[in-house]
Write a protein that binds this ligand. Structure first.
Ligand code: ADP
Ligand code: MG
Length: 348
């Protein structure tokens, strides 16, 4: 949040478009055997041989999806890549390449874009993907980032949203609600900072949830983990908008209903304590928070023993006939219809 007055500021116009692209992308190395030609020609050339290819894209807009007053650009670059990889993993594919397009106003110096690309480079390294292209253009106001991710998999491995059957178990990886509570803490600290810029925030008690917001990770590990357990999900989706909205997607597309158990929702202890501090119901946060980038999937009952007790997974409910509807079964054993609240970018 503190602007370093001594920081170097190189005008983007000093480099020109080609100089800029060259400067930002010179460190990217090709690692995937499916990349024949990366950055530098009119288009990348890829070779997936007999594999199927998945493609997904996301657009992030300053002021709508991120706030640069508390999101460091390095984290933003990292997150922009990771949220796309999450969609690739939700198809049960291996992520292989991304393209990154940016529109940037001249209020950003070169050093800011270097930070953004340092985050992109880190994500590419950690997730073992190639950056094979993109586009660079100017914007009149803020920053826009669009990432397209590609992944590969054999045809038999593809998992869609629409394969869930009645009696299948509903499973989620990791824990939920932390990224949303991290955002609440950051928003609060931003207000405090506005009133008193000398007040440095103490984020120490909130490390986990703030990290989940600023530097989320996608579940690259789950495909191999499930393969090792000999489990193929019947349906799968990643948790970006919030658990309840993703459950509704799986149910509607699979034409099933579902019972979700409140007491099975996986919450980190830090989420529970910060919910108390903010006086917010932790179940509401778990269901509607979003940006968890965990995977939500269904498995056949036959596979129950294969994942039972595995710390990576929580069995949070089971699917029913669609006429039974979608319900949250509360701790008090009442049944509440599941509604999507999620991120309403167009409404609020
Ligand atoms: P074109 O004029 O065909 O759009 P560009 O000059 O925009 O080509 O891009 C040159 C090369 O640099 C291409 O390989 C393109 O994919 C890549 N590239 C352009 N902008 C970016 C960016 N922001 N990040 C990564 N690669 C980029
Ligand atoms: Mg171009």
């Amino acid at each position: 949040m503190i602007e370093d007055k001594n920081q170097q500021r190189t005008q983007l116009s000093d480099l020109g478009e080609f100089g800029l692209i060259d400067h930002l992308t010179k460190n990217f190395k090709i690692k995937q055997s499916s990349t024949v030609k990366g950055i530098g020609d009119d288009a990348a050339v890829l070779n997936f041989e007999d594999q199927k290819v998945v493609v997904t894209t996301d657009l992030l807009v300053e002021g709508v999806h991120f706030d640069l007053s508390y999101v460091p650009l390095k984290h933003l670059g990292y997150k922009a890549v990771v949220v796309n990889l999450s969609d690739v993993y939700a198809m049960n594919a291996k992520a292989t390449q991304v393209t990154v397009s940016i529109a940037v106003s001249n209020r950003f110096p070169l050093e800011a874009l270097e930070d953004l690309y340092a985050g992109i480079e880190t994500a590419a390294k950690i997730y073992d993907i190639d950056v094979v292209g993109g586009d660079t253009t100017s914007s009149n106001t803020g920053l826009l980032i669009s990432v397209t991710a590609l992944g590969a998999l054999s045809e038999d491995d593809v998992v869609y949203r629409n394969g869930a059957k009645p009696n299948d178990l509903l499973v989620v990886t990791g824990d939920v609600g932390a990224a949303y509570m991290g955002l609440q803490v950051l928003e609060r600290e931003k207000e405090v900072y506005k009133v008193n810029p000398n007040n440095q925030p103490d984020l120490e008690p909130y490390t986990y949830i703030v990290e989940r917001q600023l530097k989320p990770e996608a579940r690259k590990d789950i495909k191999e983990l499930l393969k090792g357990l000999d489990v193929k999900p019947t349906s799968m989706i990643d948790v970006s908008d919030g658990l309840s909205s993703e459950i509704i997607h799986l149910c509607k597309q699979s034409d099933v209903g579902c019972d979700l158990y409140e007491n099975k929702l996986p919450l980190d202890p830090q989420v529970i304590s910060v919910c108390e501090e903010f006086n917010i119901d932790s179940t509401t946060v778990a269901l509607n928070g979003g940006e968890d980038y965990e995977l939500l999937f269904t498995i056949s009952q036959e596979d129950f023993m294969k994942i039972k007790g595995n710390p990576n997974f929580s069995i949070i409910g089971f699917m029913k006939e669609s006429k039974e509807g979608m319900h949250l079964v509360t701790r008090a054993d009442t049944r509440i219809p599941i509604k999507a609240q999620g991120w309403k970018n167009f409404n609020d």
